[in-house]
Design a protein around this ligand. Structure first.
Ligand code: NI
Length: 178
């Protein structure tokens, strides 16, 4: 496997999985502890380190942290829509363009970490209370023209948080930042 692909997907690409209690438990833990895990990943990094791309041509650490906040605000909304409306159409967004708006460079990452702590505290309570029959509720993604279940979204965002945390942790290891 070429190294660039490996760096892009340090924990592998997202793989949809069928419902199981065991996966539910591990994804709940991912949603619950993502803010702490991401905070630990960036601990003690200085401004120069935060400006370092996690791979050549990739987002820098700061962009990654702000992106997780952007993405998970969308994810929180998508799951809430899926739980409260009948087959709603969700809103895609241009994540690359979002990562290039002024807030990403100007706002300290602590602001997004605080946001993620608050967001995930609410998000965890929602997903922890999803009834068995609600996991199969569906949303429609108009760009990929795909139906996605609430279960799919839940497991995807659990993966997504670990995916980006791993980008930063792998970078720290490669750079010897401790
Ligand atoms: Ni992402």
């Amino acid at each position: 496997m070429p190294e660039t692909i490996d760096l892009r997907y340090p924990i592998g690409t997202f793989q949809p999985v069928a419902y199981s209690d065991k996966i539910r438990e591990s994804c709940l833990a991912d949603i619950r502890f993502l803010p702490q895990a991401l905070e630990a990943a960036v601990q003690n990094l200085d401004e120069h380190q935060l400006q370092t791309p996690y791979r050549e041509g990739g987002w820098n650490v700061k962009q990654v942290v702000h992106h997780v906040a952007d993405s998970h605000m969308n994810g929180y909304t998508r799951i809430k829509l899926g739980l409260t409306e009948d087959f709603p159409t969700i809103k895609p967004y241009d994540e690359v363009a979002w990562a290039n708006l002024a807030d990403i460079d100007e706002v300290p990452i602590n602001v997004s970490l605080t946001l993620l702590h608050a967001l995930h505290q609410r998000w965890f309570v929602i997903v922890n209370n999803i009834r068995q029959d609600e996991w199969e509720r569906k949303v429609f993604h108009p760009e990929s023209k795909k139906e996605m279940s609430v279960w799919y979204l839940f497991t995807q965002y659990a993966w997504h948080g670990r995916h980006h945390t791993a980008h930063i942790n792998r970078l720290r290891e490669r750079m010897g930042w401790g």
